[in-house]
Design a binder for this molecule. Structure first.
Ligand SMILES: [Zn+2]
Length: 650
């Protein structure tokens, strides 16, 4: 067995080390391609493993640049990126590699195991989705389309950005800002000629702050109108982009862009995605209408409009489920949360976390080895507290991957968990919000997906090769347990008095989570369905608005004003990576809710299905489609009823 790779980074020599490694890789590829009788063992295996060396070198740099950012790390990082891009372009366009994969598949496929077949299939798919199998003329046209698409998507987001930055609303009358939280108000406040004024913009969180707390309805509408009419010139970009997406999908042999998108995802067919989304509309509508009635009841004097819902929603939420975070924090002391989470994971999966004394990049960072029974399995690094030089947010970053090398030697996995929790000091502990606990569980879900892999092939081990619409399944799955009373009671005790969080306080957390969940669900489905239907056939000009309107007939309980052109700012699908993929959020949530309740209904601890989850979903990583793994674990297809249960929708 190969020992863990030490975490080390030398910024001084990084670029020359990287260039040296890439040169070795180029030479390896030349040698591999020269092998006369190519087989899985002598070609695919070594090719796949080259990726590991590159990750081991590059991950420490990207990690340090994110968590101990400095001008030096930025400089080296910026210098490294184009080197890596060049290298991956070289691989992606290397048809000799593609031909070698195909030849090996034709000769050996029947004799390979599931993991090896998956490696071949995914590599070939990757080449073909980029057009490797097309004739010369089609390839040229595809390259033209891709170039034009990247200009259009870039223009789209630039237009949104410009429109967002071009607008501001100055408020002078303090009555118009009454009720807005202190922090938001501080951000908005400025002095001009001795007068205090407030500036609200279309940027987050300024826009959200006024829409949620701003008492002046006319100003709310003004902001809302400005927001939903941004970048009208994007209408023409959408038309051209949709035509190009349709054309490229056709060139690659697909009926439409939605089909092209699903080729690398877990969802089996466009029909299955659409019927899944439709079923959620049916199930959530009744509750959504009730929630709207409740909202109307607290504002009987007005005809409630789109720009009122966040404002009255906040008032209703305060009245019904006001959660005082400060009341909860003392129950979530960081160290006891960590200890409790380890105990929970031990109960659920039989894994032990053993702290290691290793010097790291910051004294607050820590490292643990994970054992299954007495077998060393993986290593995990935690860097949980906020710092000036750390990027915001929370994430899991995989470092080493469980695999077997060409000598048959096993490599163990490792990963980093990064959060931005309140810092602790010698005199005061780090007290978390409940949301932080949820975040920690979420990232730990991703982490275990990577760490508990038993796959031998690097490219489909852990989170490698996992379908895009399944990636959030393990994280959302684990996150759900942060609301489970049996789990919370393991660690949620007051850091001074030792008193355990009461059932009533836990129930309150769950009720607050589910506040207006019907309306929220409908909104998410509206985005998802619009995105997916739009990519299912070619829509142009007014047809696009008509499509959106027809979906809103079923999802929007309050009809948005006719000036609302939300699509012109829908960057996720027109300039981000979510085109015909926005449904993935809900898709993964359904899997996670279904698996979660299966385990809760078995009493959580000692659950047989929890073992199955570990042995099948986690251990097999990306080596099979999640569709197959899920069915194998549950012994049945996924049932969306449990998503409704999780959201408190009857
Ligand atoms: Zn996630």
């Amino acid at each position: 067995m190969q020992p863990f790779t030490d975490f080390k980074l030398d910024l001084e020599t990084f670029i020359s080390d990287l260039n040296a490694l890439i040169e070795i890789n180029h030479k390896t590829i030349t040698d591999l391609l020269a092998v006369p009788e190519k087989t899985y063992a002598n070609f695919v295996r070594p090719f796949d493993l080259m990726e590991e060396d590159l990750e081991l070198l590059f991950t420490p740099l990207s990690h340090i640049n994110a968590i101990k950012n400095s001008p030096e790390s930025q400089k080296v990082y910026a210098e490294a990126l184009p080197i890596l891009t060049d290298y991956s372009t070289f691989i992606g366009q290397n048809l000799a590699i593609y031909e070698a994969f195909k030849a090996i598949k034709a000769r050996e496929y029947d004799h390979l195991n599931t993991e090896q077949r998956r490696i071949l299939d995914l590599n070939i798919l990757h080449f073909e989705l980029a057009g490797a199998h097309l004739d010369k003329a089609s390839k040229e046209r595809l390259a033209e389309i891709n170039l034009r698409k990247s200009t259009l998507t870039n223009d789209f987001s630039q237009n949104v950005l410009d429109a967002t930055n071009a607008y501001e609303k100055i408020i002078i009358d303090t009555a118009d800002v009454e009720g807005i939280p202190e922090g938001d108000l501080e951000d908005a406040k400025f002095e001009e000629k001795g007068i205090t004024k407030y500036r609200f913009t279309l940027q987050m969180p300024s826009y959200i702050a006024y829409m949620t707390y701003g008492p002046n309805r006319t100003i709310r509408e003004e902001l809302y109108r400005a927001y939903t009419t941004r970048a009208p010139q994007n209408g023409a970009i959408i038309d051209e982009l949709m035509a190009l997406r349709q054309e490229s999908a056709n060139l690659l042999g697909f009926e439409n862009y939605a089909e092209y998108s699903l080729a690398s995802k877990m969802a089996p067919s466009t029909k299955s995605v659409i019927s899944f989304l439709n079923s959620l509309i049916e199930a959530s509508r009744k509750q959504g209408m009730q929630e709207l009635e409740e909202l109307r009841a607290i504002a009987p004097e007005i005809d409630l409009q789109s720009y009122d819902t966040a404002y009255y929603g906040e008032i209703l939420k305060k009245a019904q489920y006001d959660i005082d975070e400060e009341e909860y924090r003392p129950y979530f002391e960081q160290r006891s949360v960590m200890e409790g989470m380890f105990t929970f994971l031990n109960e659920l999966f039989g894994i032990r976390f053993v702290p290691q004394e290793i010097e790291l990049w910051d004294e607050k960072a820590s490292v643990y080895d994970i054992y299954e029974a007495d077998t060393l399995t993986a290593r995990v690094y935690f860097d949980l507290e906020a710092r000036k030089d750390k990027r915001g947010g929370a994430w899991m970053h995989n470092f080493q991957t469980h695999c077997e090398d060409t000598q048959g030697c096993t490599h163990l996995s490792s990963a980093f968990v990064v959060c931005n929790f309140p810092p602790s000091s010698d005199t005061s502990p780090s007290l978390l919000r409940h949301d932080d606990v949820v975040t920690l569980f979420h990232e730990m879900g991703h982490t275990l997906h990577h760490l508990l892999s038993r796959v031998k092939e690097h490219g489909v081990s852990g989170v490698n090769g996992v379908e895009w619409d399944a990636v959030e399944f393990p994280s959302q799955f684990l996150e759900n347990f942060a609301y489970e009373p049996k789990v919370l009671k393991l660690f949620a005790s007051h850091h001074q008095s030792g008193e355990v969080l009461s059932d009533e306080m836990i129930a309150k957390l769950i009720r607050a989570k589910n506040f207006q969940s019907g309306m929220f669900m409908l909104r998410q489905i509206e985005f998802s369905l619009f995105d997916f239907e739009l990519h299912s056939k070619l829509y142009q000009g007014e047809e696009i608005q008509k499509l959106l309107d027809s979906i809103r007939e079923r999802t929007a309980l309050i009809k948005p004003p006719s000036y609302n052109k939300f699509q012109n700012g829908f960057s996720h699908i027109f300039s981000g990576g979510y085109s015909a993929g926005y449904y993935s959020y809900k898709w993964a949530e359904v899997l996670s809710a279904d698996a979660y309740y299966a385990i809760v209904d078995e009493g959580v601890f000692g659950s047989e299905l929890a073992r199955q989850y570990k042995e099948i979903v986690l251990a097999k990583g990306g080596s099979q489609s999640m569709q197959e793994l899920f069915t194998e674990m549950m012994g049945r297809e996924c049932d969306s009823k449990n998503l409704l249960r999780l959201n408190g929708i009857e």
